[in-house]
Design a protein around this ligand. Structure first.
Ligand SMILES: N[C@@H](CCC(=O)NCCCC(=O)O)C(=O)O
Length: 259
């Protein structure tokens, strides 16, 4: 069987004075090493994508994190400068791609911004600057230029018994990293909450009734694939679901009856 392909929606980034389509290497590395798939970056476009044309060519969707925030207009809220930075091309690419992939039963793993996009794509809302909510921790990226420190494992989340995530990484307390200022506020009707931080922040969801693996996590398992067991298990399960989907697509030659 050929190795399956997984779409990763890119971000628009300004690098050295030019505009790039980009995704952090950690997602590509985790897709290759952790899920055993071929990553396929989908350019972030504000318009012009034929999402079925893209999804016809892939076997899974991995929606990455990003320092940018989903534009509040996607859940009917007014945008202020404080809600940024924005990436309208990423929003216009990832949100419809998530919805269409779920409709088609294509396996989905959504990470950080990806979980937030999953929630918004299915009709939920987000809260901004959650560290300012009384009783909340500071879930933001640590102020460091050292990536291992920024993505350091530093927070407990509680994975719910009987959840999809529990079947992959086990139920109960899991140590994870945390690099976000937004979080799910109103959970989309089609999402089941699968893990919470001890301050009540939603840390993982799955899609109720999904035809295939469809999980979102607010933390960053991609960064520690290779050395962190829950991260390894999550990407391995995603890879397994992607291969199962790819196999289901293969039209097997009809064996001629023995002559
Ligand atoms: N912008 C959203 C999503 C956060 C996210 O995906 N963080 C990972 C990238 C971190 C970075 O490179 O700065 C939020 O802040 O909640």
């Amino acid at each position: 069987m050929p190795k399956p392909v997984v779409a990763i929606p890119a971000d628009i980034r300004e690098i050295e004075g030019n505009v790039w389509q980009a995704t952090p290497n950690q997602y590509v590395r985790a897709a290759v090493k952790g899920a055993g798939v071929i990553p396929f970056l989908v350019p972030a476009l504000e318009s012009g994508h034929d999402f079925d044309e893209i999804l016809d060519r892939v076997d899974g969707l991995l929606v990455s994190g990003s320092r940018t925030n989903v534009h509040p207009s996607y859940w009917g809220s007014e945008a202020t400068e404080a809600d940024g930075p924005f990436d309208l091309a990423r929003d216009a690419t990832a949100l419809p791609l998530i919805k269409r992939a779920l409709e088609r039963g294509i396996p989905l793993l959504a990470i950080c911004r990806g979980l937030q996009e999953l929630n918004v794509a299915l009709g939920g809302t987000l809260a901004n600057e959650i560290q300012e909510i009384p009783g909340n921790w500071d879930h933001r990226k640590p102020n460091t230029t050292d990536l291992d420190e920024a993505y350091g494992i530093r927070q407990d989340v509680i994975v719910r018994e009987g959840s999809c995530l529990a079947s992959v990484i086990g139920a109960g307390t899991v140590r994870v990293n945390s690099l976000h200022r937004q979080a799910i506020s109103a959970t989309a009707p089609q999402l089941a909450v699968e893990a919470l931080a001890e301050d009540g922040t939603i840390e993982a969801v799955s899609v109720i009734g999904s035809k295939a693996f469809a999980v979102g996590v607010q933390w960053h398992p991609e960064y520690w694939v290779g050395s962190d067991e829950p991260s390894n298990k999550l990407f391995a399960a995603f890879g397994e679901a992607v291969r199962a989907y790819a196999d289901s697509k293969v039209v097997r030659p009809v064996r001629q009856a023995a002559g």
